[in-house]
Write a protein that binds this ligand. Structure first.
Ligand SMILES: Cc1cc2nc3c(=O)[nH]c(=O)nc-3n(C[C@H](O)[C@H](O)[C@H](O)COP(=O)(O)O)c2cc1C
Length: 349
C-alpha cells in the first residue's frame, strides 16, 4: 500500500460524516416502506409500559434492546471522538455497536486507536467492519482476524456496496466475485460474519444466495435512509450529470427485509433491518415482519451532531419508549411473544 492511501481513506471518512451532517443525504421519492404496513392500536392494553421487556441476545451477549448502532467511522481524530461517544451510549443502553471500515487502520497501524472502544464499552456486542472490495483485492482471513483483534470484536461485518463504489471517484469498480470471497473467508475464519449492504437493499436473488451462506446475520440495509450514491455524487464533480432517478435507485427497507425473510425460514441466520428505520414505530413493524434486530446509523450520527451524547440519549430513550408503547398497544409483552403473534397481528388488518 502507498503511504498516502490511509490518509485518503481517513479524509474520505471525515468528509462522509460532514456531508451527512450538513446535507440532504436521504433517499427522496422512496421511503423505507413501513407506512405500507398497517397495525392497529388496542385501547384495552394488558401490560403497563414498565412490563414491556425488549431484552434479547445478540452475538451470544445479553442486550437490553434489539437495537444496533451501525458501523460508521474511524480512521481519523474526529472518527475516534465519534466512536467513543457511540460506545458510551451503547454501553449505557446495553446495545450492540459497529465501527466503520477498518481498512485505514490495517493500512496504517497509527490509526488503530481511532476504532478502539473496548475500554469504554467492555461488555457490549462489538462488530468489526471491512468492505468486500478489499477481499476482492486480496484480503483474506488474516486481515479479517486482525480487524477482530484490533478492537476485541465479537463479529465481522462485511459491507457490499457496488453502487457507492461505482459513483465514488476513487471507488473500486470491480465488485465481482463477492459470493466466492465470502465462501472462502467463512471456511478459514472462526468468528461470526454479518453481511450488510449500505442502503440499496437486497433483491430476492441476492437474498437467496446470501441466505445459503448461513452466515451469522444478514443486514438488509434497504433504501429509505442514508443514500450512498447521493453522498458520493456530492463528492465527485465528474458524475454531475447522473440522473436523479438513478441516484434514488434502491429497494425499500420493508421490501428488502421481506425478500430476506422469505429465504431465511428455518435457518439460523439472524436478520437485521436497517436503512431509514427512523422511529420506534418503524422498528416494531420491522420486528413484526421477521427482523431480529434493527440497526441505525444516520439518526444516531445526527443526534450526536446536534447535541452530543445527551441528545443521542434523548433520541434513543424516545425511540425505545415508542417501541414499548407500540408493543403495549399490540398486547405483546416481550420479543418472544411478538414473534409468536406476528402473523396474527399482521393478518388482523
Ligand atoms: C457517516 C456514515 C458512515 C458509514 N460508514 C460505513 C462503513 O464504514 N462501513 C459500513 O459497513 N457501513 C457504513 N455506513 C452505512 C451504515 O452502517 C448503514 O448501513 C446505512 O447508513 C443505513 O442505515 P441508516 O439509514 O440508518 O443510515 C455508514 C453510514 C454513515 C451515515
Amino acid at each position: 500500500m502507498k503511504e498516502t492511501d490511509s490518509s485518503v481513506t481517513s479524509f474520505r471518512k471525515d468528509e462522509h460524516i460532514l456531508l451527512c451532517l450538513e446535507n440532504d443525504v436521504q433517499y427522496s421519492g422512496i421511503t423505507n416502506g413501513f407506512d405500507d404496513i398497517e397495525i392497529e392500536p388496542s385501547l384495552l392494553t394488558q401490560f403497563s409500559l414498565e412490563e414491556i421487556d425488549l431484552a434479547t441476545t445478540f452475538l451470544s451477549k445479553e442486550v437490553k434492546y434489539p437495537i444496533i448502532v451501525s458501523g460508521m467511522t474511524g480512521g481519523s481524530k474526529n472518527g475516534r471522538v465519534f466512536n467513543e461517544s457511540v460506545a458510551r451510549i451503547c454501553s449505557e443502553f446495553k446495545i450492540g455497536m459497529g465501527v466503520g471500515s477498518q481498512r485505514a487502520a490495517l493500512e496504517d497501524p497509527k490509526l488503530v486507536n481511532t476504532y478502539e472502544v473496548r475500554h469504554i464499552a467492555p461488555n457490549i456486542p462489538l462488530i468489526a467492519n471491512l468492505g468486500i472490495a478489499q477481499f476482492i483485492q486480496g484480503y483474506n482471513h488474516v486481515q479479517a482476524q486482525k480487524a477482530i483483534t484490533m478492537i476485541g470484536a465479537d463479529a465481522l461485518a462485511i459491507h457490499i456496496n457496488p453502487l457507492q463504489e461505482f459513483v465514488q471517484g476513487e471507488g473500486d469498480k470491480d465488485q465481482t466475485k463477492a459470493l466466492e470471497k465470502i465462501v472462502a473467508l467463512k471456511q478459514e475464519f472462526e468468528y461470526p460474519i454479518i453481511i450488510k449492504g449500505v442502503g440499496t437493499g437486497l433483491t430476492k436473488v441476492d437474498a437467496k444466495s446470501l441466505s445459503q451462506l448461513e452466515v451469522y446475520a444478514l443486514d438488509v440495509a434497504g433504501a429509505g435512509g442514508t443514500n450512498w450514491s447521493r453522498i458520493e455524487f456530492y463528492r465527485n464533480e465528474d458524475v454531475k450529470y447522473l440522473s436523479d432517478k438513478f441516484l434514488n435507485w434502491g429497494i425499500s427497507t420493508k421490501n428488502s427485509l421481506m425478500n430476506v425473510v422469505d429465504f431465511s425460514e428455518g435457518k439460523e441466520t439472524k436478520i437485521i433491518a436497517s436503512g431509514g428505520v427512523w422511529s420506534g414505530f418503524d422498528a416494531v413493524k420491522a420486528l413484526l415482519l421477521g427482523a431480529d434486530y434493527v440497526a441505525l446509523a444516520l439518526p444516531i450520527l445526527r443526534s450526536i451532531g446536534k447535541g452530543g451524547i445527551d441528545e443521542c440519549r434523548k433520541f434513543l430513550s424516545t425511540y425505545i419508549l415508542e417501541m414499548k408503547a407500540v408493543m403495549a398497544m399490540l398486547n405483546v409483552k416481550n420479543l418472544e411473544e411478538l414473534k409468536k403473534e406476528r402473523h396474527k397481528i399482521l393478518d388482523n388488518i
